[in-house]
Design a protein around this ligand. Sequence first.
Ligand code: DGT
Ligand code: CA
Ligand code: CA
Ligand code: ZN
Length: 586
Amino acid sequence: MTNQDVAEKLREVYNLMQLAGENRFRAIAFDRAAQTIEGLNDEITAYIENDNLTDIKGIGKSIAEDIKAFSATGTMPVLEDLKERVPKGLIEWLNISGLGPKNIVKIYQKLGITEITELKEACQSGAVAELPGLGQKSADKIIKSIEYLEKFGERARLDQALDIAEPYFEFVKGLKGVKQCEIAGSLRRSRETIGDIDLIVAADSADAGTIFDAFVNHDLVVEVLGRGDTKSSVRTENGRQVDLRIVKPEEYPAALMYFTGSKEHNIVMRQRARERGMALNEYGLFKLNEEKETDFDQPVKTGSEAGIYSKLDLNFIPPEHREDRGEFAYYAEHESMELVSDEDIKGVVHAHSTYSDGKYTIRQMAEAYMERGYEYLALTDHSRTAAYAGGLTIDEVKKQWEEIDQLNEAFISEGKSFKIFKGMESDILSDGSLDYPDEILAGFDFVIASVHSGMEMPLEKMMARFEAAIKNPYTRILGHPTGRLLLKREESKLDLNKLIELAAEHSTVIEINASPWRLDLDWRYGNKARETGLITSINPDAHSTEGIDDIRYGVMIARKAKFEPARVLNTKSVEEFEEWCRGSIQ
Ligand code: DGT
Ligand code: CA
Ligand code: CA
Ligand code: ZN
């Protein structure tokens, strides 16, 4: 039973409670508990064994009992009870934007339908429009949302969201009357998936109309979802919703902070404000009056986000750390945290060539990296068991080594200072062994060990498999540890806290796979990684020359996971990387 398993169960309770019309605060307690458990640095099972679950912030007696029941029986009485009361199909309705739990229950009770397809029909037939408090407009909105869900799903990957947000941001920034503009929301926080895109603009209200006109008429827009005095929403070509909010210049810092989130971060900020006799909301920071209410006539001068943090006895918290995962304790004490950035990355680790499933030759890949200013390419084609990906036989490995030697010599004679390293992405076989005999493994400069098959093993077997791989002295890096494909394929069952401990103990690097499909090691384990001194490597897993540019997404996630340059392998210079390969430095 992993922390993730427990969190998912608690969230299921939360969703069902909303539909069952349970007390809202009781429901939210389950959501908060799920969030806390996802962020734990230790295994929940240890708390169960020691019978001290209630030591965890936000876990009360009753939820502790539920967790214990889940651990003992695989379910919880509260969940079973809810499942009997709430029809299964309704849970999916929560994904329909503009349809809250109250209306879901109303439609279900009056019309007796539970499937999304039935709901769409009921909206089309006029049955939903006749219900009190709903109407034709609501029904049309529901239809649109269902069609949108059918087509695009709820969330987008980071790269898809940036592809829309960046051109939009550049466009809005240049409009007349825009004094300040920023991308807010989950995208500013560098989350790995994005619901909708939030833009915040500071402008005088006299200019808002023309700014909104330009916004809703932009080329990327396929549908205008709403147009108001302070907010407009559009749907774009790739299905993403973009919200634009225009605020008064003096409200901008607080609005930017509010709409950057996260919700959990905002809640703590508001508490801190109250503890200091102030109120924080999306309009600003204000003094409290004698009745302890927000006194809008007494704004506290802040000037910027940093100014707000400072009034609440905090140093500036970078957006990527605003998740209520330890940032308050840290930034109360420290002015800043050193974080890796794009410029720190010196070399490219984890790339494929035509020897396995890459699109380009080794030389073409090397030249593309050289052009981008990198010092080295640590090439890692697939190993022989990965036949579907053109894994290399022992003869092919030897041939590749020869070619790399020749290329490195050629670079020297061409006066290019660039080096290719002989790496391998070896499959971790189901028993945890690597894919070649030791005498071949010894010939590589380094080996990345990755799981590519048997990803649905039970937790214990999977952990034993990884443990064997980590303990193999030829393994220097673990590749994409969870095997997930975001919004497409689930993660393998893994105890990641334990895996990080093991890897750190054996000086094994765990990569952050920078492909926007993967982005694991997940940033949620950043605190654990920091605590154990784990080293990562920001690896594009490039199968083409364009794939290299994915490094950017990996850097975003590494920053969110609190990695400083010294704990990122590929910030090493070519000489340092050579030494690392020889095993003389960690
Ligand atoms: P997303 O769009 O699902 O990827 O995630 P966000 O974080 O961008 O969420 P979104 O777009 O619903 O709202 C943007 C920010 O606005 C969010 O991060 C925090 C703030 N916010 C929205 N609703 C609430 C709320 O009910 N309470 C608080 N405290 N903040 C909220
Ligand atoms: Ca958003
Ligand atoms: Ca939004
Ligand atoms: Zn791989």
